[in-house]
Write a protein that binds this ligand. Structure first.
Ligand code: HEC
Length: 235
């Protein structure tokens, strides 16, 4: 009796398995082409070449997530003049952005963006003059937001170090440290030996009287600084 019911159960399970393959699966209809449109970008865009290989300056379409749905690299031109078309066919796309993405197509920094309006079949996106350089991102994303309050924004800068947009590059690259003996703040091509890296990452004995660890909380931003240094620390 026990054996019989086991066989029965097995047969039933088998039936259920095949029932799934009954051809009753609904075809999903994607209404993707409703607002298909062409984005035409124009602008004078500099700094595209200075990014390391892990990043791309792109024209991209985004929905609700930080990962682009569609994107196209901004071409490098001698005078910076850029003309690019991007064709967009997904209803999920809400914004078109001139931005930097990493290898996963994750948005790192947006220079210019526009909302995509429905019902148009072509949209003109004039970005104007844009510095799309790697250093500009570091300045805007990190130094200006988290450092200038102590490093020269409206005060005498801590350790004499200005991290304001007009002075930070000259103050960092190749400059001797005031606090770490024999140290250089940024050594182009060598992030791990640069005092800037040691000060804001954990695990180093810098001897500073002020602890900067965790000040730059995002691993993505810390990586951006390292990659900028390792890529030659260009302006
Ligand atoms: C709350 C104030 C404060 C903020 C914010 C701050 N710092 Fe500092 N920083 C200091 C002080 C104070 C010193 C000097 C410590 C000492 O004298 O030992 C210093 C020193 C440094 C040094 C060492 C300079 C040298 O010559 O060796 C670097 C590099 C540095 N800061 C980078 C940064 C960066 C990058 C940020 C932003 C992510 C930042 N700091 C944000 C207060 C601050």
């Amino acid at each position: 009796m026990k054996k019989n019911s086991l066989i029965f159960a097995f047969g039933f399970a088998l039936m259920a398995l095949f029932a799934c393959d009954d051809g009753d699966i609904q075809e999903r209809v994607y209404a993707d082409n409703n607002n298909g449109c062409i984005i035409k970008l124009t602008g004078k865009i500099s700094g595209v070449k200075g990014w390391s290989g892990n990043y791309s300056v792109v024209l991209a379409g985004f929905g609700d997530s930080d990962y682009s749905i569609v994107q196209k690299n901004i071409p490098v031109s001698d005078n910076g003049d850029v003309e690019l078309t991007l064709s967009v066919t997904s209803n999920d796309i809400k914004t078109i952005e001139l931005c930097v993405t990493n290898v996963l197509r994750e948005r790192i920094y947006t220079f210019k963006k526009m909302d995509i309006s429905e019902g148009k079949d072509s949209i003109f996106f004039d970005a104007g003059e844009v510095d799309a350089g790697m250093y500009r991102c570091l300045q805007d994303e990190i130094f200006t937001t988290t450092c200038v309050q102590c490093h020269g924004g409206s005060n005498t800068p801590a350790a004499g170090l200005y991290l304001t947009a007009d002075r930070s590059y000259a103050a960092l690259v190749g400059q001797p440290s005031m606090r770490v003996e024999g140290g250089t703040l940024v050594i182009p091509g060598d992030s791990k030996s640069s005092v800037l890296h040691k000060v804001i990452n954990s695990g180093y004995e810098t001897g500073l009287r002020f602890n900067h660890e965790n000040m730059v909380a995002s691993a993505q931003k810390l990586k951006l600084i390292d990659e900028w240094i390792d890529n030659g620390a260009g302006n």
